[in-house]
Design a binder for this molecule. Structure first.
Ligand SMILES: O=C(O)C(=O)C[C@]1(C(=O)O)C=C[C@@H](O)C=C1
Length: 386
Protein backbone atom coordinates (compact mmCIF):
# COMPACT_ATOMS: atom_id res chain seq x y z
CA UNK A 1 0.00 0.00 0.00
CA UNK A 2 1.31 3.45 -0.75
CA UNK A 3 1.70 6.22 1.86
CA UNK A 4 -1.12 8.41 0.54
CA UNK A 5 -3.54 5.54 0.61
CA UNK A 6 -2.65 4.55 4.20
CA UNK A 7 -2.97 8.19 5.26
CA UNK A 8 -6.40 8.40 3.66
CA UNK A 9 -7.44 5.40 5.73
CA UNK A 10 -6.01 6.94 8.90
CA UNK A 11 -7.89 10.20 8.21
CA UNK A 12 -11.09 8.31 7.60
CA UNK A 13 -10.64 6.32 10.85
CA UNK A 14 -10.00 9.59 12.73
CA UNK A 15 -13.21 11.02 11.29
CA UNK A 16 -15.10 7.99 12.62
CA UNK A 17 -13.39 8.35 16.01
CA UNK A 18 -14.45 12.00 16.26
CA UNK A 19 -18.01 11.12 15.30
CA UNK A 20 -18.06 8.43 18.00
CA UNK A 21 -16.65 10.85 20.59
CA UNK A 22 -19.34 13.39 19.72
CA UNK A 23 -22.03 10.70 20.04
CA UNK A 24 -20.59 9.57 23.37
CA UNK A 25 -20.61 13.15 24.67
CA UNK A 26 -24.28 13.57 23.69
CA UNK A 27 -25.14 10.33 25.50
CA UNK A 28 -23.30 11.54 28.60
CA UNK A 29 -25.34 14.75 28.51
CA UNK A 30 -28.55 12.70 28.40
CA UNK A 31 -27.29 10.68 31.37
CA UNK A 32 -27.14 13.97 33.32
CA UNK A 33 -30.89 14.50 32.83
CA UNK A 34 -31.65 10.90 33.84
CA UNK A 35 -29.53 11.27 36.98
CA UNK A 36 -31.18 14.51 38.01
CA UNK A 37 -34.58 12.90 37.59
CA UNK A 38 -33.46 10.06 39.87
CA UNK A 39 -31.68 12.33 42.37
CA UNK A 40 -28.34 10.66 41.70
CA UNK A 41 -24.91 12.30 41.78
CA UNK A 42 -23.28 13.05 38.43
CA UNK A 43 -20.09 11.20 39.25
CA UNK A 44 -20.38 7.42 39.63
CA UNK A 45 -16.94 5.98 40.25
CA UNK A 46 -18.24 2.43 40.59
CA UNK A 47 -19.59 2.65 37.04
CA UNK A 48 -16.28 4.18 35.87
CA UNK A 49 -14.38 1.30 37.46
CA UNK A 50 -16.57 -1.34 35.78
CA UNK A 51 -16.25 0.51 32.48
CA UNK A 52 -12.46 0.76 32.69
CA UNK A 53 -12.02 -2.89 33.66
CA UNK A 54 -14.15 -4.05 30.74
CA UNK A 55 -12.47 -1.63 28.29
CA UNK A 56 -9.00 -2.74 29.35
CA UNK A 57 -10.03 -6.34 28.74
CA UNK A 58 -11.45 -5.54 25.31
CA UNK A 59 -8.40 -3.46 24.50
CA UNK A 60 -6.09 -6.33 25.38
CA UNK A 61 -7.95 -8.62 23.00
CA UNK A 62 -7.38 -5.99 20.27
CA UNK A 63 -3.68 -5.59 21.04
CA UNK A 64 -4.09 -2.27 22.90
CA UNK A 65 -2.21 -2.13 26.20
CA UNK A 66 -3.94 -1.30 29.48
CA UNK A 67 -2.05 1.96 30.06
CA UNK A 68 -3.00 3.32 26.65
CA UNK A 69 -6.68 2.48 27.09
CA UNK A 70 -6.75 3.85 30.64
CA UNK A 71 -5.10 7.13 29.64
CA UNK A 72 -7.55 7.76 26.81
CA UNK A 73 -10.59 6.92 28.91
CA UNK A 74 -9.48 9.10 31.80
CA UNK A 75 -9.60 12.05 29.39
CA UNK A 76 -12.96 10.98 27.95
CA UNK A 77 -14.56 10.43 31.36
CA UNK A 78 -13.21 13.71 32.74
CA UNK A 79 -14.75 15.52 29.79
CA UNK A 80 -17.99 13.63 30.30
CA UNK A 81 -18.21 14.62 33.99
CA UNK A 82 -17.33 18.28 33.30
CA UNK A 83 -19.85 18.48 30.45
CA UNK A 84 -22.56 17.07 32.68
CA UNK A 85 -21.65 19.40 35.54
CA UNK A 86 -21.74 22.45 33.24
CA UNK A 87 -25.12 21.39 31.87
CA UNK A 88 -26.66 20.83 35.29
CA UNK A 89 -25.27 24.13 36.57
CA UNK A 90 -26.58 25.95 33.48
CA UNK A 91 -30.06 24.56 34.13
CA UNK A 92 -29.97 25.55 37.80
CA UNK A 93 -28.58 29.06 37.46
CA UNK A 94 -29.77 30.02 33.99
CA UNK A 95 -27.54 29.55 30.98
CA UNK A 96 -25.16 32.33 30.05
CA UNK A 97 -26.79 33.17 26.76
CA UNK A 98 -24.87 33.04 23.51
CA UNK A 99 -22.29 35.70 24.33
CA UNK A 100 -20.06 35.90 27.40
CA UNK A 101 -17.68 38.77 28.15
CA UNK A 102 -14.68 37.51 30.10
CA UNK A 103 -11.81 39.53 31.57
CA UNK A 104 -8.40 37.87 32.06
CA UNK A 105 -4.73 38.74 32.39
CA UNK A 106 -2.89 39.50 29.16
CA UNK A 107 -3.93 38.96 25.57
CA UNK A 108 -4.14 35.93 23.26
CA UNK A 109 -1.56 33.34 24.29
CA UNK A 110 -1.23 34.19 28.00
CA UNK A 111 -1.81 31.32 30.45
CA UNK A 112 -4.98 33.05 31.66
CA UNK A 113 -6.16 33.25 28.05
CA UNK A 114 -5.91 29.44 27.67
CA UNK A 115 -7.58 28.88 31.05
CA UNK A 116 -10.42 31.17 29.95
CA UNK A 117 -10.84 29.27 26.67
CA UNK A 118 -10.85 25.94 28.50
CA UNK A 119 -13.46 26.99 31.07
CA UNK A 120 -15.87 28.78 28.75
CA UNK A 121 -15.94 26.36 25.80
CA UNK A 122 -18.44 24.30 27.82
CA UNK A 123 -20.42 27.32 28.89
CA UNK A 124 -20.74 29.90 26.14
CA UNK A 125 -21.28 29.84 22.41
CA UNK A 126 -19.24 32.98 21.87
CA UNK A 127 -16.62 34.64 24.03
CA UNK A 128 -15.82 38.31 24.04
CA UNK A 129 -12.26 38.38 25.35
CA UNK A 130 -11.37 41.33 27.52
CA UNK A 131 -7.60 41.25 27.96
CA UNK A 132 -6.30 43.26 30.95
CA UNK A 133 -2.91 44.42 32.22
CA UNK A 134 -3.38 43.79 35.95
CA UNK A 135 -5.45 41.74 38.41
CA UNK A 136 -6.98 44.96 39.67
CA UNK A 137 -8.13 45.94 36.18
CA UNK A 138 -9.67 42.47 35.71
CA UNK A 139 -11.73 42.72 38.89
CA UNK A 140 -12.81 46.24 38.01
CA UNK A 141 -13.96 45.13 34.56
CA UNK A 142 -16.54 42.84 36.21
CA UNK A 143 -17.42 45.21 39.03
CA UNK A 144 -18.27 47.97 36.57
CA UNK A 145 -20.29 45.66 34.32
CA UNK A 146 -17.82 45.88 31.46
CA UNK A 147 -17.31 42.09 31.71
CA UNK A 148 -19.61 39.30 32.93
CA UNK A 149 -16.86 37.14 34.39
CA UNK A 150 -13.19 37.29 35.33
CA UNK A 151 -10.69 34.46 35.36
CA UNK A 152 -7.96 34.90 38.00
CA UNK A 153 -5.03 32.66 38.92
CA UNK A 154 -5.11 32.01 42.65
CA UNK A 155 -2.37 29.46 43.35
CA UNK A 156 0.37 27.51 41.68
CA UNK A 157 2.19 24.32 42.63
CA UNK A 158 5.62 26.00 42.26
CA UNK A 159 5.10 29.53 43.57
CA UNK A 160 2.19 28.98 45.99
CA UNK A 161 -0.63 31.44 46.58
CA UNK A 162 -1.00 34.54 44.44
CA UNK A 163 -1.28 37.08 47.23
CA UNK A 164 -2.38 39.97 45.05
CA UNK A 165 -5.50 38.04 44.03
CA UNK A 166 -6.22 36.96 47.62
CA UNK A 167 -6.02 40.59 48.72
CA UNK A 168 -8.39 41.73 45.98
CA UNK A 169 -10.95 39.15 47.14
CA UNK A 170 -11.00 40.73 50.61
CA UNK A 171 -12.56 43.91 49.27
CA UNK A 172 -14.58 42.97 46.21
CA UNK A 173 -18.31 42.26 46.15
CA UNK A 174 -17.81 39.72 43.37
CA UNK A 175 -18.46 36.04 44.06
CA UNK A 176 -16.45 32.99 43.13
CA UNK A 177 -18.62 30.96 40.74
CA UNK A 178 -16.14 28.45 39.37
CA UNK A 179 -12.64 27.05 39.44
CA UNK A 180 -10.33 25.16 37.14
CA UNK A 181 -6.79 23.88 37.10
CA UNK A 182 -4.50 24.28 34.14
CA UNK A 183 -1.02 22.79 33.54
CA UNK A 184 1.60 25.50 33.15
CA UNK A 185 4.56 24.33 31.08
CA UNK A 186 7.14 27.08 30.97
CA UNK A 187 9.34 27.22 27.88
CA UNK A 188 12.08 29.56 26.79
CA UNK A 189 10.90 31.19 23.57
CA UNK A 190 12.72 33.35 21.09
CA UNK A 191 13.01 34.22 17.45
CA UNK A 192 14.20 31.41 15.18
CA UNK A 193 17.96 30.84 15.37
CA UNK A 194 18.47 32.25 18.90
CA UNK A 195 21.49 30.69 20.66
CA UNK A 196 21.20 30.06 24.41
CA UNK A 197 24.72 31.36 25.07
CA UNK A 198 23.88 34.75 23.50
CA UNK A 199 20.76 35.51 25.58
CA UNK A 200 21.04 38.81 27.52
CA UNK A 201 17.42 39.57 28.41
CA UNK A 202 14.48 37.43 29.58
CA UNK A 203 10.95 38.85 29.51
CA UNK A 204 8.32 37.24 31.77
CA UNK A 205 5.49 37.88 34.21
CA UNK A 206 6.61 38.10 37.90
CA UNK A 207 4.65 34.91 38.74
CA UNK A 208 6.44 33.08 35.95
CA UNK A 209 9.78 34.36 37.24
CA UNK A 210 8.92 33.06 40.73
CA UNK A 211 7.95 29.67 39.31
CA UNK A 212 11.24 29.38 37.37
CA UNK A 213 13.52 30.83 40.08
CA UNK A 214 15.83 27.79 40.21
CA UNK A 215 16.45 27.88 36.47
CA UNK A 216 16.98 31.68 36.44
CA UNK A 217 19.44 31.54 39.34
CA UNK A 218 21.67 29.36 37.18
CA UNK A 219 22.01 32.07 34.52
CA UNK A 220 24.58 34.85 34.54
CA UNK A 221 24.71 38.13 32.62
CA UNK A 222 21.00 38.00 31.89
CA UNK A 223 18.65 40.89 32.68
CA UNK A 224 15.11 40.02 33.79
CA UNK A 225 12.40 42.21 32.29
CA UNK A 226 9.10 42.09 34.20
CA UNK A 227 6.01 41.98 31.97
CA UNK A 228 2.26 42.34 32.59
CA UNK A 229 1.54 38.86 31.20
CA UNK A 230 3.22 36.11 29.15
CA UNK A 231 1.50 37.48 26.06
CA UNK A 232 3.17 40.85 26.76
CA UNK A 233 6.54 39.05 26.97
CA UNK A 234 5.88 37.29 23.63
CA UNK A 235 4.92 40.57 21.99
CA UNK A 236 8.11 42.28 23.19
CA UNK A 237 10.29 39.49 21.81
CA UNK A 238 8.37 39.40 18.53
CA UNK A 239 8.74 43.16 18.11
CA UNK A 240 12.42 43.24 19.12
CA UNK A 241 13.45 40.54 16.58
CA UNK A 242 16.71 40.46 18.57
CA UNK A 243 18.37 37.09 19.20
CA UNK A 244 19.57 38.17 22.64
CA UNK A 245 16.00 38.75 23.93
CA UNK A 246 13.73 35.83 24.89
CA UNK A 247 10.48 35.22 26.76
CA UNK A 248 9.26 32.58 29.19
CA UNK A 249 5.76 31.28 28.59
CA UNK A 250 3.74 28.46 27.11
CA UNK A 251 4.68 26.88 23.79
CA UNK A 252 1.16 27.24 22.36
CA UNK A 253 1.11 30.94 23.25
CA UNK A 254 4.60 31.56 21.86
CA UNK A 255 3.53 29.98 18.57
CA UNK A 256 0.85 32.64 18.14
CA UNK A 257 3.67 35.22 18.14
CA UNK A 258 5.89 33.20 15.79
CA UNK A 259 8.39 32.27 18.53
CA UNK A 260 10.46 29.09 18.57
CA UNK A 261 11.00 26.86 21.61
CA UNK A 262 14.58 27.07 22.91
CA UNK A 263 14.10 25.17 26.17
CA UNK A 264 11.39 23.35 28.11
CA UNK A 265 10.56 22.34 31.67
CA UNK A 266 11.77 25.57 33.30
CA UNK A 267 9.47 25.49 36.34
CA UNK A 268 10.81 24.59 39.80
CA UNK A 269 8.24 21.77 40.08
CA UNK A 270 7.89 19.10 37.43
CA UNK A 271 4.11 19.14 37.82
CA UNK A 272 3.54 22.87 37.52
CA UNK A 273 -0.19 23.50 37.70
CA UNK A 274 -2.13 26.70 38.36
CA UNK A 275 -5.56 26.90 39.91
CA UNK A 276 -7.80 29.64 38.56
CA UNK A 277 -11.03 30.99 39.99
CA UNK A 278 -13.90 32.45 38.01
CA UNK A 279 -15.72 35.40 39.57
CA UNK A 280 -18.97 37.16 38.71
CA UNK A 281 -21.25 39.83 40.16
CA UNK A 282 -23.93 37.33 41.15
CA UNK A 283 -23.36 34.30 43.38
CA UNK A 284 -24.57 30.93 42.10
CA UNK A 285 -26.12 27.82 43.62
CA UNK A 286 -24.42 24.47 43.14
CA UNK A 287 -26.61 21.47 42.32
CA UNK A 288 -26.62 18.74 44.95
CA UNK A 289 -25.59 16.24 42.27
CA UNK A 290 -22.20 17.96 41.94
CA UNK A 291 -19.33 18.12 44.46
CA UNK A 292 -19.14 21.71 45.69
CA UNK A 293 -16.50 23.89 47.28
CA UNK A 294 -17.15 26.94 49.42
CA UNK A 295 -14.58 29.67 50.04
CA UNK A 296 -14.95 32.10 52.92
CA UNK A 297 -12.77 34.53 54.79
CA UNK A 298 -12.81 35.05 58.54
CA UNK A 299 -11.14 37.23 61.10
CA UNK A 300 -10.89 35.33 64.36
CA UNK A 301 -9.21 37.96 66.50
CA UNK A 302 -5.93 37.21 68.26
CA UNK A 303 -7.04 35.61 71.52
CA UNK A 304 -5.32 32.28 72.31
CA UNK A 305 -6.85 29.31 70.49
CA UNK A 306 -9.13 31.48 68.28
CA UNK A 307 -8.17 29.73 65.06
CA UNK A 308 -8.35 26.27 66.68
CA UNK A 309 -11.87 27.07 67.91
CA UNK A 310 -12.93 28.15 64.43
CA UNK A 311 -11.50 25.03 62.79
CA UNK A 312 -13.10 22.85 65.46
CA UNK A 313 -16.49 24.12 64.28
CA UNK A 314 -15.75 22.70 60.82
CA UNK A 315 -14.63 19.40 62.35
CA UNK A 316 -17.76 19.16 64.50
CA UNK A 317 -19.92 19.47 61.38
CA UNK A 318 -17.90 16.92 59.42
CA UNK A 319 -16.67 19.55 56.93
CA UNK A 320 -13.28 18.90 55.28
CA UNK A 321 -10.98 21.78 54.60
CA UNK A 322 -9.05 22.01 51.33
CA UNK A 323 -6.96 25.08 52.02
CA UNK A 324 -6.21 27.57 54.76
CA UNK A 325 -4.35 30.73 53.88
CA UNK A 326 -3.63 33.83 55.90
CA UNK A 327 -3.16 37.39 54.65
CA UNK A 328 -2.46 40.62 56.51
CA UNK A 329 -5.38 42.98 57.08
CA UNK A 330 -4.49 46.39 55.58
CA UNK A 331 -4.38 49.06 58.27
CA UNK A 332 -4.19 46.50 61.13
CA UNK A 333 -0.51 45.55 61.43
CA UNK A 334 0.15 41.92 62.44
CA UNK A 335 -3.48 40.96 62.22
CA UNK A 336 -4.40 38.25 59.77
CA UNK A 337 -7.46 37.38 57.70
CA UNK A 338 -7.93 33.63 57.11
CA UNK A 339 -9.10 32.32 53.74
CA UNK A 340 -10.71 28.90 53.97
CA UNK A 341 -11.71 26.48 51.17
CA UNK A 342 -14.03 23.69 52.29
CA UNK A 343 -15.52 20.75 50.44
CA UNK A 344 -19.13 21.63 51.16
CA UNK A 345 -22.18 23.13 49.52
CA UNK A 346 -23.36 26.42 50.99
CA UNK A 347 -26.89 25.01 50.85
CA UNK A 348 -25.99 22.00 53.06
CA UNK A 349 -27.47 21.99 56.54
CA UNK A 350 -24.03 21.28 58.07
CA UNK A 351 -22.47 24.23 56.25
CA UNK A 352 -25.26 26.62 57.24
CA UNK A 353 -24.89 25.56 60.88
CA UNK A 354 -21.10 25.84 60.75
CA UNK A 355 -21.28 29.37 59.29
CA UNK A 356 -23.82 30.42 61.95
CA UNK A 357 -21.44 29.24 64.66
CA UNK A 358 -18.43 30.87 63.02
CA UNK A 359 -20.35 34.12 62.82
CA UNK A 360 -20.96 33.83 66.56
CA UNK A 361 -17.40 33.01 67.67
CA UNK A 362 -15.32 35.08 65.21
CA UNK A 363 -15.20 38.83 64.57
CA UNK A 364 -16.00 38.64 60.85
CA UNK A 365 -17.02 36.05 58.27
CA UNK A 366 -17.63 36.67 54.57
CA UNK A 367 -18.53 33.95 52.05
CA UNK A 368 -16.64 34.50 48.81
CA UNK A 369 -18.62 31.89 46.90
CA UNK A 370 -19.83 28.35 46.46
CA UNK A 371 -18.91 26.70 43.17
CA UNK A 372 -18.59 23.27 41.51
CA UNK A 373 -15.34 21.48 42.23
CA UNK A 374 -13.61 20.75 38.92
CA UNK A 375 -11.07 18.44 40.49
CA UNK A 376 -12.03 15.24 38.69
CA UNK A 377 -9.53 12.77 40.12
CA UNK A 378 -9.24 9.84 37.72
CA UNK A 379 -10.60 6.45 38.75
CA UNK A 380 -7.68 4.03 39.04
CA UNK A 381 -8.22 0.34 38.32
CA UNK A 382 -5.85 -2.58 38.64
CA UNK A 383 -5.13 -3.42 35.02
CA UNK A 384 -4.17 -6.99 35.97
CA UNK A 385 -7.56 -7.58 37.55
CA UNK A 386 -9.25 -7.80 34.17
O1 LIG B 1 -22.69 6.33 33.23
C1 LIG B 1 -22.75 7.39 33.83
O2 LIG B 1 -23.31 7.48 34.95
C2 LIG B 1 -22.19 8.60 33.27
O3 LIG B 1 -22.42 9.69 33.76
C3 LIG B 1 -21.22 8.49 32.16
C4 LIG B 1 -19.80 8.39 32.64
C5 LIG B 1 -18.97 8.08 31.36
O4 LIG B 1 -18.57 9.03 30.70
O5 LIG B 1 -18.83 6.92 31.07
C6 LIG B 1 -19.39 9.68 33.24
C7 LIG B 1 -19.40 9.93 34.57
C8 LIG B 1 -19.69 8.89 35.56
O6 LIG B 1 -18.86 9.05 36.67
C9 LIG B 1 -19.63 7.55 35.00
C10 LIG B 1 -19.63 7.31 33.66
Amino acid sequence: MDLDHIRQQISSTDKDLLQLLATRRQLALSVADAKLAQNKPIRDQKREEELLVSLIERGKALGLDAQYVTKIYHVIIEDSVLQQQAKVQGQLNGNNGPVCRVAFLGRQGSYSYWATQKYFTRRAEKLIEIGCDSFNEIVQAVETGHADYAVLPIENTSSGSINEVYDLLQHTRLSIVGELTHPIEHCLLGVEGTELSKIRQICAHPQVIAQCSNYLQGLSNVKIEYCDASSDAFERVRKAQDKSVVAIGGEEGGKLYGLAVLGRGLANQKDNVSRFIVVARKAINVAKAIPAKTTFIMYTGQQPGALVDALTVLKQHGISMGKLESRPIPGNPWEEMFYVDVFANLGDYAMTRALDELNRITRFVKVLGCYPSEDISPTIVNADAS
